[in-house]
Design a protein around this ligand. Structure first.
Ligand code: SF4
Length: 682
């Protein structure tokens, strides 16, 4: 059988895969040598995707409670309960919580139903937890959520700063490209991370700053470039609005950064001496109460030194999920209307006219943490969760469980029958899994790729876009949701990006609005905005100029004797999110068989914790148990635990219950990496 070209199900690198079905539920996987994201490379997760396409644990039929029903009964109930709730309590009494695992076509239809036909902004996505601070920073600096770099910039840079990114584990194919470029060109690598990760161990310089010391660090670097004459005056004059008072006030605050003068000077020397510099930032920057300011502090340095829009230069936000970018594009975040439009009167009118919809959301909806608060308070009475597991992945997940248990009506569109979240659902709807889906995704460098069906749909499962459209029709919105195939939706989405755009937004796919079914089927990876979207020096603000945003470093959190440690959470190399897919692969489970708490040896000795012993980690929100791993890669006073394990998988190690539901004030992104915690022997 011929190989089918598709895209990896996991991270935002968006690697192309060449897949050959070898049986009813088996697939042989190799990297697609023609895909520009990976040129044939794959990491362990992508390589072992074939082990995860069986039917073990699948949700195969619609379920109301524990009773198997047909689609008519399930969808009539969903449509009826949503319509009744809206009639009785208004459009803001319902909400969708969706996922970066959805395809762009799924996302588009869900967003259109909520914002254009129900008339509420209450659709948010688990991408809120991943990179919404980068989105906010882009909007503030560039006037639009545009990632200004491509992976090729990493290969053309002479200096790469990795901020809050364990790239070797979390974006492994980008890491492979960086390593190959370092070998070929001798580029220097700096890792800025409180932890000495595997990535940091292979860096030329590791800057072990204090948690949330990033704004102080990048403001300090901006001050150093100012003092060394490193600003690009001509570039600023032509393209950048720079608040002079802010620039004049900048100083180097070593205690705020948490490093000594020698480490700062070593970094500042490298930055000053190396114009071709890319700063790649990821969840360590974004998942913070100052995440948006961190993004802008990084962007500020690039704008002031003219290091943007040129080969081998730029601030580069890398997304976690396979289609976080596609979700951002169509409006899957509660604070974006659609197609990179906000909620101005003109934008609302444009969206409503385009959709020919009976109403339109006029204000942003609830962002993830606030959304689940509203569920808990009974303000949101009907919730539809698609392709995500908030009972594990949200901060203060115990509170989220309470909220789900209280909610009048919960629907879960799922691939897996028994997730921690689906257990709270009144109705479970079986959705296509990776390998069965057909549509598009966008990766971290804005390349739109196809995901193609490799396997027949099992049981009664249906595409997410098809399920949402069917519910919309049953709610009386038939005219807007008559799609027959994913290509119909893609064409409509592309047309919307060009509707009353007039060059105001860089996201413009309208050239594909008339794409034929055959060309959609044969779609080759295509990058919107081009390799370097701001090469012309024109940004998406009304005057075309970028903005340097005045950002202040946050104060260090007050010491709490009851919770004297700072708790950081993150990923393991071979696991993904809440393990509903990677947990199916025996090979992936070999890397880390259980969740560990990493503790500095000095702290462990003081507390009587030994390697391999069991420790109880507690925060104000809850507690969990982990096996102890002594690590001198941890700063004293700081702990690290993985995010993946769930109650269905283990008796301990469920991390979601620990982080505080503290969010960035601009983006609403939760601060998963700096929670006050305690640790003691169990
Ligand atoms: Fe998949 Fe990401 Fe690995 Fe590429 S780097 S194979 S997209 S998990």
């Amino acid at each position: 059988m011929n190989a089918i070209r598709t895209t990896c199900a996991y991270c935002g690198v968006g690697c192309g895969i060449s897949a050959v079905p070898t049986g009813e539920r088996t697939v042989a996987i190799t990297g697609d040598a023609t895909h520009p994201a990976n040129f044939g490379r794959l990491c362990s997760k992508g390589t072992h995707l074939g082990e995860t396409v069986g039917l073990e644990g699948r949700l195969l039929h619609p379920m109301i409670g524990e009773e198997r029903v047909d689609w008519d009964e399930a969808l009539n109930l969903v449509a009826g309960r949503f319509a009744q709730t809206i009639r009785n309590h208004g459009p803001d009494s319902v909400a969708f919580y969706v996922s970066g695992q959805l395809l762009t076509e799924d996302y588009y239809v869900a967003n259109k139903l909520m914002k254009g036909f129900i008339g509420s902004g209450n659709i948010d996505t688990n991408s809120r937890l991943c990179m919404s601070s980068a989105v906010a920073a882009h909007n503030r600096a560039f006037g639009e959520d545009v990632v200004p770099c491509s992976y090729a910039d990493l290969e053309e840079a002479d200096l790469i700063l990795l901020v809050g990114s364990n790239t070797a584990w979390c974006h492994p194919v980008i890491w492979q490209r960086i390593e190959a470029a370092r070998e070929a060109r001798g580029a220097k690598l700096v890792v800025i991370d409180p932890r000495r990760t595997e990535t940091a161990e292979r860096a030329d310089l590791h800057v072990a700053l204090r948690p949330d010391g990033d704004v102080a660090l990048f403001n300090g670097l901006l001050a150093a470039m100012r003092d060394r004459g490193g600003f690009d005056a001509a570039y600023i004059a032509q393209h950048v609005d720079m608040p002079e008072d802010f620039i004049a006030s900048l100083a180097i605050d070593l205690p705020g950064i948490g490093i000594d003068a020698a480490a700062f000077d070593a970094l500042a020397d490298m930055v000053a001496a190396t114009p071709r510099m890319v700063t790649l930032f990821s969840q360590g920057a974004n998942q913070s109460s100052s995440g948006t300011d961190k993004g802008n502090a990084i962007i500020n340095l690039h704008l002031a030194t003219g290091r943007i829009g040129r080969a081998g230069m730029g601030p580069f936000s890398i997304t976690g999920q396979p289609n976080a970018m596609g979700g951002r594009e169509v409006g899957g975040l509660a604070n974006m209307l659609a197609a990179h439009m906000g909620f101005s009167d003109a934008e609302c009118a444009a969206a409503q006219d385009f959709w020919q919809s009976p109403t339109i959301a006029r204000a942003p909806g609830l962002k993830a943490v606030d959304l689940f608060r509203a569920v808990h308070e009974g303000k949101v009475k009907a919730l539809w969760i698609m392709a995500t597991n908030p009972a594990v992945s949200m901060p203060d997940a115990g509170f989220v469980r309470e909220a789900l248990a209280r909610c009048d009506f919960v629907v879960a569109s799922e691939v897996i029958a028994e997730t921690d979240s689906a257990r709270f659902a009144h109705v479970r709807l079986p959705a296509l899994g990776w390998g069965e889906k057909d549509g598009t995704v966008t990766n971290s460098e804005r390349i739109v790729s196809r995901q193609r069906a490799l396997l027949a749909a099992p049981g009664d499962v249906r595409a997410d876009w098809d399920i949402v459209s069917d519910v919309a029709r049953r709610m009386g919105f038939g005219a807007g949701f008559g799609y027959r195939r994913a290509a119909d939706i893609f064409r409509e989405y592309c047309a919307q990006t060009g509707f009353r755009n007039d060059g105001a937004r860089m996201l413009d796919l309208s050239q594909w609005a008339g794409i034929s079914d055959a060309d959609y089927d044969g779609w080759a990876p295509w990058q919107w905005g081009g390799v370097s979207p701001f090469a012309s020096g024109r940004f998406s603000t009304p005057d075309g100029r970028a903005r340097i945003v005045a950002v202040d470093a946050p104060a260090a959190p007050a010491a709490d004797p009851a919770f004297p440690f700072r708790l950081n959470t993150g990923r393991y190399r071979d696991q993904w999110h809440t393990m509903t897919r990677t947990g199916l692969s025996p090979k992936l489970s070999r890397h880390r068989r259980e969740p560990l708490v990493e503790v500095h040896a000095h702290d462990a000795a003081r507390l009587g914790l030994t390697e391999g012993s069991i420790a109880r980690v507690a925060t104000l929100q809850g507690e969990s148990r982990y096996r102890v791993s002594l690590s001198d890669g941890q700063r004293p006073g700081e702990l690290f635990v993985p995010i993946h394990w769930t109650d269905t998988l283990s008796s301990g190690g469920r991390t979601g219950r620990l982080p505080a539901p503290v969010t960035d004030p601009v983006s609403g992104q939760p601060a998963f990496k700096n929670t006050a915690a305690s640790i003691e022997p169990f």
